[in-house]
Design a protein around this ligand. Structure first.
Ligand SMILES: OC[C@H]1O[C@H](O[C@H]2O[C@H](CO)[C@@H](O)[C@H](O)[C@H]2O)[C@H](O)[C@@H](O)[C@@H]1O
Length: 615
């Protein structure tokens, strides 16, 4: 059976798609050729019969694993009574076709192994035709998809599975390569798995060598465990960046549940403007500006056209139609139904995305990314649109499925959008814009938020206007520069959220029991919000508390340093889509802010998020 613990999985990928490999040596999730393609291994959301590829010793083994340092190459070690075997899994940077390479390396003794390949295209449903080719490789074709398995050892068919029983002795290596291409194309050329390993290692180590945590007065030094954690998160974010277009997916999975057995199961294999913008903040603060430029260009293509038609999310190449439907033949992870493909949130109005985009583009300018005249003119028309709609209710950062409301964070982000564009115009001399009008709207929005978002009786900014409920999204308040650092309303809001929304020290987004989000109650604590609390605590001067919480959060990562969207502190398990960009972004930002605060300097992100020019 596939694992029922999300943290049992590790990620491999080629920056166009990603696969999840279990501790048991089984690849239980893979969408080929793109992140959002139908899965050919979908056991994660069903059973082995929905597709998986397992290589493991026959019988009991003690399992340990790690990533090869500074790479996305996964090493799973199986120690058995007969000896030890290392399984090396990776996807080489994409050439013409896409490949998964699995190397079975004998380390000691002689170990009996079994390989079992169950290919089921179209989310576990379509059984392909399998033929042996003249060179001995196996070709599996079904509809638009073709995969080809190459290995020097013998394989045979058993109950519609391709299997092989073999032995590996100390010093021997048995390679397996599974290649994908469209079924109308010629069979992919074979690759050399050992050369591919060297290329893949070089690709990732060169990329990670560019990591430079930035501070206002130069480099910041992170303590080694934090540095390692942030680096692993950055590698994970890079792996979720679709190289051909620069689009960034929110996660590589669909429908891992936010609560076991619940219906809160969503498809995250798309580019949310919010999640992507926050990812870019983290990448830029780590010195990665190429990705920022690629994403800005992706954004300009995706939202090109009329600003009224701007969506809050797109496909990885900028596709607009992300129709949500249910995969009724998959039972779901740990029986959590439905499995969804597509995401109806694509049609929502969420005002906060304007703030995140404007803030990101302003930060990119401050960081020296060359100016793009198209970017500025799109920003100007987006603000015109925002002026038309900001007084309307929206669905908010949490994409509620209940009725729209005046979410306080949404309005704060409207303020941010105008503020950052005003600052860009002032600092960079970007003219031909109605600056006075923008300044007037910024003041109007601020007055509105202070009058209706602040509740003096509760002593906090609340989830929505004229409301009493709290919301963890307002932990972002201290980072925006909306109020002075020493304004008591900032500290009071952080403390009120701490008092009301913590479960065993971790942060819930809001109380789902109110039913306001239009969904049945119950979900885990939200990891990104918990990291935001770390940053908020730093900013209100509680460094020791911030550090303690950060260390606690680091300990929640799985053995490979990966995080899902949520965590259940009672059950002690990760929940939600995996690995999730939001969680990893928040980890990197919290690490940088803490390290800078420890060293007594403002970190770059702090000043840049306030939209100011570094000294
Ligand atoms: O909770 C309901 C919503 O959950 C998903 O949205 C969440 O994930 C998004 C991607 O990471 C994130 O941008 C958003 O802030 C989160 O609330 C889901 O995609 C929505 O369809 C759903 O309504």
């Amino acid at each position: 059976m596939p694992s029922d613990r999300i943290e049992d999985y590790g990620l491999i990928g080629d920056c166009e798609t990603g696969a999840l490999v279990g501790r048991d040596g089984s690849i239980d999730w893979l969408c080929w050729p793109r992140f959002d393609s139908p899965a050919c291994f979908a056991a994660l959301l069903g059973t082995e019969e929905n597709g998986r590829w397992k290589i493991a010793p026959i019988g009991d083994a003690v399992v340990s694993r790690r990533y090869r340092p500074r790479t996305l190459i996964l090493e799973t070690r199986f120690e058995t009574a007969a000896g030890s075997v290392l399984l090396i899994d990776f996807m080489p940077p994409r050439g013409t076709d896409s490949d998964i390479v699995r190397l079975v390396v004998g380390e000691s003794g002689r170990v009996a192994m079994r390989m079992e390949l169950v290919l089921r295209y179209d989310y576990g449903r379509v059984m392909p035709w399998v033929h042996r080719l003249e060179d001995g490789s196996l070709r599996a074709i079904g509809g638009p998809d073709m995969t080809v398995l190459r290995t020097p050892i013998e394989t045979h068919g058993e109950d519609m599975h391709t299997v092989s029983d073999f032995e590996v002795a100390a010093g021997e290596t048995v390679p397996f390569v599974l290649a994908y291409c469209a079924s109308h194309r010629p069979v992919p050329e074979p690759i050399d798995p050992f050369a591919a390993l060297a290329d893949t290692e070089a690709f990732w180590t060169e990329w990670t060598a560019r990591y430079e945590p930035a501070a206002l007065d130069g480099k910041i030094d992170l303590p080694e465990p934090w540095h390692q954690a942030a680096r692993r998160s950055l590698i994970t974010l890079k792996a979720m960046t679709y190289a051909p277009t620069g689009g960034i997916v929110a996660a590589v999975t669909t429908s891992l549940p936010e609560w076991l057995g619940s219906t809160r199961n969503w498809d995250y294999r798309y580019c949310w403007l919010r999640d992507s913008a926050l990812t870019l903040f983290a990448l830029m603060n780590a010195g990665y500006y190429d990705e920022a430029r690629a994403w800005r260009d992706w954004l300009l293509r995706a939202i090109a056209g009329s600003p009224e038609q701007m969506q809050i999310m797109y496909g990885i190449a900028g596709e607009r139609r992300l129709l949500e439907w249910e995969v009724d033949w998959l039972p779901g992870f740990a029986d959590s139904k439905p499995v969804r493909v597509g995401n109806a949130a694509a049609d929502q109005t969420q005002l906060d995305v304007y703030g995140e985009i404007m803030s990101l583009l302003h930060q990119a300018r401050l960081g020296g990314l060359p100016e793009s005249p198209e970017a500025w003119s799109i920003q100007v028309s987006m603000l015109e649109r925002l002026d038309d709609i900001w007084r309307e209710p929206d669905y908010g950062i949490w994409e509620v499925r209940g009725p729209p409301r005046h979410f306080t964070l949404s309005k704060l982000m409207v303020w941010l959008a105008f503020d950052r564009c005003i600052k860009s115009a002032e600092i960079f001399g970007l003219d031909h814009v109605p600056l006075e009008k923008w300044r007037a709207i910024r003041s109007e929005v601020k007055g509105d938020v202070l009058a209706r978002g602040w509740n003096a009786e509760v002593g906090a900014f609340t989830q929505s206007y004229d409301d009493t409920a709290l919301d963890a999204s307002l932990l972002l308040l201290p980072m925006l520069g909306f109020l002075d650092d020493d304004d008591p309303r900032v500290r009071l809001t952080v403390e009120a959220i701490e008092a009301d929304l913590l479960v065993d020290g971790l942060v819930q987004r809001y109380h789902t029991s109110t039913g306001h989000d239009g969904l049945p109650p119950g979900e885990g604590t939200f990891l990104a919000c918990s990291f935001w609390l770390v940053e908020a605590l730093v900013l209100i001067g509680r460094l020791a508390d911030a550090e303690a919480l950060f260390e606690r959060l680091l300990a929640l990562r799985n053995d490979l340093g990966l995080l899902a969207e949520e965590y259940d502190p009672i059950g002690g398990r990760q929940l939600g889509n995996f690995p999730q960009a939001f969680s990893h972004v928040a980890l990197v930002n919290a690490a940088h802010r803490l390290a800078a605060a420890r060293a007594g300097s403002g970190d770059r992100s702090e000043e840049l998020q306030k939209g100011e020019v570094p000294a």
